[in-house]
Design a protein around this ligand. Sequence first.
Ligand code: CTP
Ligand code: CA
Length: 224
Amino acid sequence: LEGVATKPHYKGVRFLVSAGPTRERIDPVRYLSNDSTGTMGYAIARMAWRMGADVTLVSGPSELADPLGVSMIRVTTASEMERVMIDHAKDADVIIMTAAVADYRPEAVLEKKLKKTQDTLSLSLVKNPDILSQLRDHMKPRAKLVGFAAETHDHEHYAQKKLREKRLDFVVLNDVLEPGAGFGTGTNRVTVYAANGSVTPFAQADKLTVAKALLQLIHAQREV
Ligand code: CTP
Ligand code: CA
């Protein structure tokens, strides 16, 4: 099915998608990261291309192969992802931020390997920049901005807060504790909250199917 085009809803439309984790170095042999594999973002990039879009995928470290037809930019840290996303935001008609950006990074990167001389160890961490929150300021006025919300509790409250505070058109809510949803699974079950007030629950499905439903929802709103 790889090369098969679906209905070309998005001919001439430019997508910027982020995916995967970021990796924040502690010392030459260690880093902080998270369980994201990139599957959801790669599925969105793949499906957007199949729907006719021009797609750029900004990916943190991921084992996944480059999706066919997609222009790839590989990054490692949140700061690198921030620079690339901001640089490319002005060219995009739709930006979808699925990346699981590390919220914190070590305050200093050690040049030498940390030796296990202490019985307990504290790492000092500093907050990473919030990439998604900045993108609205760098986009074309009519472009659509989509974020994800990974939650374990008070899901709807936090999803609506991210929609509002990050100035999004859509937020895609994931319950990361639910089996068959979120990190490291082939499937996902999401609810999409739109700035226009609509709430759309999707059935649990493989991530390519979820990607297609999401892209159809965004497409319907671009028309109005
Ligand atoms: N995000 C980002 N930059 C960060 C952290 C998150 O761009 N430094 C983006 C993610 O890609 C996602 C959205 O913000 O699209 C929400 O990420 P999430 O981790 O759910 O929320 P946070 O804003 O990081 O807040 P918290 O982890 O405290 O819930
Ligand atoms: Ca976070």
